[in-house]
Design a protein around this ligand. Structure first.
Ligand code: PLP
Length: 459
């Protein structure tokens, strides 16, 4: 049958939709200050990955070319475990698609095994500041009746008190899972103290170490850590590769089962391993930990410089004052999270993370008063090729405010003005200077900076 004109056109357009569109990455030259979101692949990781990209060496195969990839996987595991001051007889590495998968793996496997072995409903202790992957997984375990969950509330700076963790333990606590450092506030939890409490009570301790892993070494036994999650794209490695380091005592003691069926990785995680990514991951750790303490010091100074320069334009207030009845009567900025204790051995804040908040004076609110909007600020910076992130959202945005800001009980006026600035090892002084200059210009669009009271009466 002959096709008429319209049918022919339809056939042509159908053919067109089958052609895959080539999408290329954005090459805009930006000042990227969202490194807690993801980091740029380092050249060492890229080179290591390129070497393996065309290899057909599947580590599960017994072909003559597979031998090398098996060796690579073994060397990678040994190297990473050594980096964490443990050896392969005590701990196992399970490579995953990222920390979200690692977090869900440990929670679900422990819950399943505990129920199977004791016949009782497991209890999990975690914190209200965890990453969504922990919060959502715990909520689903709770809502399906598979586990009882206790969420420990943080203090005003976002830190989890080990004493509160201890208090929450019951005879059915099957796992304690508390993050090593918070991705928004940058606060570092005392995982050693929490690990000690868990160890004394013979309860396994898991920590989501995504944000801390690339900044400081985490000796696992010293910190009494039985399981640790991390993602390699947070330390200049490839996206889509994470790991769960887990003690053999926990695997054997609980007889843990994988969540993705298959024969790979000792049946603990099915699926052919991402060999090039593993090669990149090892190179990324090596390169990230070269001159680590200098890199951390440099970022701490850059953060101080941002605050110092901002203070020239706008006074700095204190977060705690927002809980008193007397509200500040001026435009000001706040730094959320703990003030740094400047210790390299026992730091309390991530060296690269700065959670800033801009507050517009409400006490002089006239008709037409609009609170400060972090989303507008983000857009203004974006137009100037600066990338930051907003942990929560102002009232004009459809994005829901972050659970972390609710957990530290941040009032609405604070939640609406929060932006997160997260530096990288390679952030330059010039970038910081440009950022501060543009930030001040953007702030001026929302509030007068030469008149902090907003009253129009001061200087
Ligand atoms: N945990 C924390 C603390 C994070 O910051 C993130 C990512 O931002 C994750 C888990 C999840 O990592 P991924 O998205 O690579 O699975």
């Amino acid at each position: 049958m002959k096709k008429n004109g319209t049918q022919k056109k339809k056939a042509v357009s159908k053919k067109k939709t089958l052609v895959a569109k080539t999408v290329t990455p954005c090459k805009a030259n930006v000042i990227y200050l969202d490194n807690n979101g993801t980091t740029k692949l380092c050249k060492e990781a890229k080179n290591a990955m390129v070497m393996w990209l065309e290899s057909r060496a599947n580590p599960s195969s017994d072909s003559i070319i597979a031998k090398k990839s098996k060796e690579l996987m073994e060397c990678a595991r040994k190297y990473i475990l050594k980096h964490c001051s443990v050896n392969a007889s005590k701990y196992t590495i399970i490579f995953t698609s990222g920390a979200s998968e690692s977090n869900c793996f440990i929670l679900r496997s422990v819950v399943d095994s505990y129920k199977q072995h004791t016949g009782k409903k497991p209890h999990i202790i975690t914190s209200a500041t965890e990453h969504e992957s922990i919060i959502q997984c715990c909520n689903s375990l709770r809502d399906s009746g598979r586990a009882n969950i206790t969420y420990i509330e943080p203090n005003a700076y976002g830190c989890i008190s080990p004493a509160l963790v201890k208090k929450a333990i019951t005879s059915q606590t099957a796992l304690i899972s508390v993050m090593a450092a918070n991705n928004e506030l940058g606060c570092i939890n005392d995982i050693r103290a929490i690990g000690e409490i868990a160890h004394d009570k013979k309860i396994p301790f898991h920590t989501d170490a995504v944000q801390l892993f690339g900044k400081y070494k985490i000796p696992l036994i010293k910190n009494r850590v039985d399981a640790l999650s991390m993602s390699f794209h947070k330390l200049y490695g490839p996206m889509g590769l994470g790991m769960l380091i887990i003690s053999n005592a926990l695997i054997d003691g609980y007889n843990l089962k994988g969540q993705i069926s298959g024969t790979q990785q000792n049946k603990l995680r099915g699926g052919t391993e991402n060999v090039p990514a593993v090669a990149g991951a090892v190179a990324a750790i090596k390169s990230t930990f070269a001159n680590r303490s200098e890199k951390n010091k440099k970022m701490c100074l850059q953060k101080k410089h941002i605050i110092y320069e901002l203070e020239k334009a706008l006074p700095q207030g204190t977060y705690k004052s927002y809980f008193s009845k007397k509200k500040p009567k001026r435009n000001e900025f706040l730094v959320l999270g703990p003030e740094s204790n400047s210790s390299y051995k026992n730091p309390n804040v991530l060296p690269n993370t700065l959670l800033l908040c801009f507050v517009k004076n409400v006490s002089f609110s006239k008709e037409g008063y609009k609170p400060f909007c972090n989303v507008d600020l983000k857009k203004c910076l974006n137009r100037r090729n600066i990338v930051i992130s907003v942990g929560s959202a102002c009232a004009t945005s459809s994005k829901k405010a972050s659970h972390v800001l609710y957990s530290i009980k941040a009032p609405e006026i604070v939640r609406q003005g929060v932006i997160r600035v997260s530096l990288s090892d390679n952030t330059t002084k010039k970038e910081i200077d440009t950022f501060v200059k543009e930030l001040i210009l953007c702030l001026k669009k929302q509030m007068p900076l030469d008149d902090p009271t907003g009253s129009g009466t001061s200087k």
